[in-house]
Write a protein of this length. Structure first.
Ligand SMILES: CC(=O)N[C@H]1[C@@H](OP(=O)(O)OP(=O)(O)OC[C@H]2O[C@@H](n3ccc(=O)[nH]c3=O)[C@H](O)[C@@H]2O)O[C@H](CO)[C@@H](O)[C@@H]1O[C@H](C)C(=O)N[C@@H](C)C(=O)N[C@H](CCC(=O)O)C(=O)O
Ligand SMILES: Nc1ncnc2c1ncn2[C@@H]1O[C@H](COP(=O)(O)OP(=O)(O)OP(=O)(O)O)[C@@H](O)[C@H]1O
Ligand SMILES: N[C@H](CCC[C@H](N)C(=O)O)C(=O)O
Ligand SMILES: [Mg+2]
Length: 489
């Protein structure tokens, strides 16, 4: 694509080019990573968390970069290769990636919040598909679309990967796509080129305190979805029953969004009653004077909240209310979200759940308590190179709400695993420490008696254990199944 044409497709003020530069040539792609530069690429030199892309400009040029985009003040030398300047180079990358790759599915939805994003994106795709749309979802668990099911890595992909994917989906005929907006993604402008039709908010709780200095900063990053990215007048579907809901509503209203609240305090989809059964729930929902009684085939109060946010987003983008509500009766939970993996011979269930932050853990333990006549046995750990402050908090929640706690490893990455465990154990008196996750799961399964419930938390859909820089194959599902076979043999 011609660079001059690409620049003129951008909103004014995105970039400035030196007046002397000849930009009338073709660029073959964009990247912010010097290691993957190909001839005639445009290289974005971005200041990051670990290093500064400006240090790799020479490497990018030696690999054939045709022009460089850098921050306005960055001092770089380029031996005559054109340098385009931007006050916000990450924003420039997002907008240029959008212009370079072109088409996006016609209806784009993004959901933010500390917990529930993957579930809402997955439910929204399922509702649209049920209503006959060609629909996709992309997020932590990967990409799901007609003919596609790909394992993911980031919750919100970087703009180049994101817009390449959206263009592919559009060319495959996908008209509706639901994506997750992580706070990292929002802060780093990964979604700033997406043309949103609707945005959603689930809740706010402690997470990523290694990246965001305060909860207010974390909330502000999430609110970029409403105050910066969502076009004026577009619907903002907000879960109404969270302590942060009111603030989210204020931000969205101030930004000119059409606010639709859902939940017990919801004005749009109003939850009047929920009856919890072990593996399903019956919810009464009011909408526009009509009453729907929905049988949702999922466990966990929080899944009703997620289902309502998803239904709200679907209805706000044109799905009929009857169709959306009917679709909720067929929902499948996202992989590893309070997922029943198996049961012992005398009926004690073993669940895999992705709770890896305090509120999520609390919700999951609360969700299974009413159906547990015996003990709740909880196996979990905390990731290395991530928020350290959550470790004792999770240790204390597990101790308070579960009856047996086994602390184990969960992606220690470059940290000392024993140190991570000890930071959890400080606040988990009486917990058992078993470093090896497979052994921890086996031990827990062997303990199960009639009436007990096992929750193995933290990894959900993940298929690896990251130790140092190495990812070793590991699946909570596989380990639980193997252990259950062992006890029934
Ligand atoms: C902390 C963080 O968010 N980092 C993200 C960020 O990297 P960064 O720009 O800070 O990277 P950096 O290593 O400091 O490097 C700076 C620049 O130099 C470049 N570079 C670096 C080395 C080199 O040899 N050549 C080179 O050009 C890098 O490509 C980068 O452009 O921007 C990159 C491109 O978008 C992301 O891939 C990267 O995600 C890393 C891998 C990551 O682990 N992120 C996690 C924490 C994350 O984003 N998680 C969220 C939330 C999860 C959730 O709650 O669901 C997610 O959306 O997944
Ligand atoms: N609405 C909710 N409220 C509280 N906890 C929830 C909610 N939805 C899900 N959870 C809990 O959080 C875990 C992760 O759910 P999900 O993957 O849908 O969230 P997420 O926001 O995508 O998380 P991540 O940021 O890690 O990708 C679940 O396994 C469950 O323990
Ligand atoms: N098992 C996990 C969960 C990671 C969740 C991820 N979304 C993030 O925090 O970046 C870990 O701590 O390694
Ligand atoms: Mg997610």
């Amino acid at each position: 694509m011609n660079l001059s044409a690409l620049i003129s497709a951008l909103p004014p003020g995105t970039l400035s080019a030196p007046s002397s530069a000849n930009l009338d040539f073709s660029v073959t792609g964009l990247t912010a990573d010097s290691r993957v530069v190909e001839p005639s690429n445009l290289f974005f030199a971005l200041a990051g968390v670990k290093t500064d892309g400006a240090r790799f400009v020479q490497e990018a040029i030696s690999k054939g970069a045709a022009a460089i985009v850098a921050a306005s003040g960055a001092g770089i030398s380029t031996d005559g290769v054109a340098v385009l300047r931007s006050d916000d180079p990450r924003l420039a990358l997002a907008r240029m990636a959008a212009a370079f790759f072109g088409p996006q599915p016609r209806v784009m939805a993004a959901v933010t919040g500390t917990a529930g994003k993957t579930s809402v994106a997955s439910f929204l795709r399922q509702i649209w598909a049920h209503a006959g749309e060609k629909a996709a979802m992309l997020g932590t668990t990967g990409v799901v679309a007609p003919g596609r099911s790909e394992y993911g890595s980031l919750t919100t992909p970087d703009p180049v990967a994101l817009h390449r994917l959206l263009a592919e989906l559009a060319s495959e005929g996908v008209t509706h796509a639901a994506m997750e907006a992580s706070s990292h993604g929002l802060d780093q402008r990964r979604l700033d080129g997406v043309m949103l039709s609707v945005a959603g908010f689930t809740n706010l709780g402690r997470d990523h305190m290694d990246y965001h200095p305060t909860m207010e900063d974390y909330m502000a990053a999430k609110m970029r979805l409403f105050d910066t990215l969502l076009p004026k007048g577009a619907p903002a579907v907000i879960f109404a029953d969270d302590p942060w809901s009111e603030q989210a509503v204020e931000v969205a209203e101030r930004a000119g969004a059409r606010v639709l609240t859902v939940g017990r305090k919801g004005g749009f989809l109003s939850l009047k009653r929920v009856e919890h059964l072990r593996h399903k729930q019956i919810a009464e929902v009011h909408l526009d004077g009509r009453i729907f009684e929905i049988h949702v085939p999922l466990a966990g109060d929080f899944q009703i909240s997620n289902a309502l946010v998803a239904a709200g987003m679907a209805i706000a983008t044109g799905t009929g209310a009857d169709q959306a509500m009917a679709a909720l009766e067929h929902l499948t939970g996202a992989s590893g979200r309070l997922e029943l993996v198996g049961s012992t011979g005398d009926g004690a269930p073993a669940y895999v759940d992705y709770a890896h932050k305090p509120e999520a853990m609390e919700n999951v333990l609360d969700a299974v308590r009413p159906f547990t006549t015996g003990r709740i046995i909880m196996v979990f750990g905390c990731g290395g190179d991530r928020d350290r402050g959550k470790r004792p908090i999770m240790g204390s929640i597990a101790t308070k709400l579960a009856d047996v706690v086994i602390v184990t490893d969960d992606n220690p990455r470059t940290e000392d695993p024993a140190e991570i465990r000890s930071e959890i154990l400080v606040a988990a008196p009486g917990a058992t420490e078993i470093a090896d996750r497979a052994e921890a799961i086996r031990t827990a399964v062997e303990m199960l008696e009639a009436g007990d419930t096992l929750i193995v938390a933290g990894k959900g859909h993940e298929q690896g254990q990251t130790v140092g820089d190495t990812v070793l194959h590991f699946s909570d599902h596989e380990e639980i199944r193997a252990a259950l076979k062992g006890v029934s043999a």
